[in-house]
Design a protein around this ligand. Sequence first.
Ligand code: NCD
Length: 324
Amino acid sequence: MYHCLDTSQFDRRLLEEISELADAARFISKSKEGADWLSGLLSHKRAMLYFVQPSTRTYLSFLSACQILGMQTADVRDTSTSSEVKGETELDTVRTFSSYYDAIIMRHYKANFAREIADMLDKTNRPVPVINGGAGKDQHPTQALLDIYTLRKSFEQRGGIDHKKIAFVGDLMRGRTARSLSRLLTRFENVKQYFVAPDFLQIDSGVLSVLDRLGISYELVDDIHKVLPEVDAVYLTRLQDEWDDQDKTAGHYFIENYALTMENVGLLRQHAVIMHPLPRRQEISYEVDSDPRAVYWRQVRNGMWARVALLAKIFGVEQEIKQV
Ligand code: NCD
């Protein structure tokens, strides 16, 4: 593991390893002595957080993960404060970061930009790892990692992720989290995926052709009520209307038909889990937060530890954590 660019890099063994590393680091951090030890592990490394698309959780979660491992950080979150306004290309801007920092963690509105950056840096005499913290409508590999980590913990007493049924609900056409998690779920045995969305927001054929090629079973559904009683996990997503054309409005969509409320949450099985990458709008009513099946706030916390594990792996200190 050098760059972390997309979900195709993660096979099952690596997913298990990252989850176990996350658990180990989390356990070590419980004592002051352990937390101090963790913060010495990467105190010789510094990271650049280049997040030019809005972010709360992913940005803070990477920042916290760096802090836990003792890495110092800097950030650019707004290109209006960078030399890009003087006409510098984004490639040159990022190459500048690589002159100062040991890793570039980035979120960008262009789908392929993290890979472009990685390819460009690989040809320089100072390549550094690039970590994709969300790329356009396409990939969000570290969200998928934390989602797998959360599912694994949720199903610990129920045989793990294998043989489970998982429904994605909402704006699946433009949501990179559903696409990314769908791919990682193919690493497990016999997991059935449901895609619940109105036709015009349904998951694209690229994702489905991967599932077809791998012989994974899935269903396209337009009614949330049909899948709630069937599944082990429901993964809600918000309307991604930042991608709308100018003349469309959010009111155009019937997102209320793709929400979990006090009226329909009772349809879920007793052991099912409720997930959401957040931010949410109306897809999950606030009353649902106190339902024991709701794990979306746990996902937030798990994300920090999954990113600690990923950074430890990228910088080659995973054995030290495992040996404690
Ligand atoms: C998601 C994202 O940015 O893709 N948020 C996140 O990273 N947790 C989901 C979203 O914005 O809807």
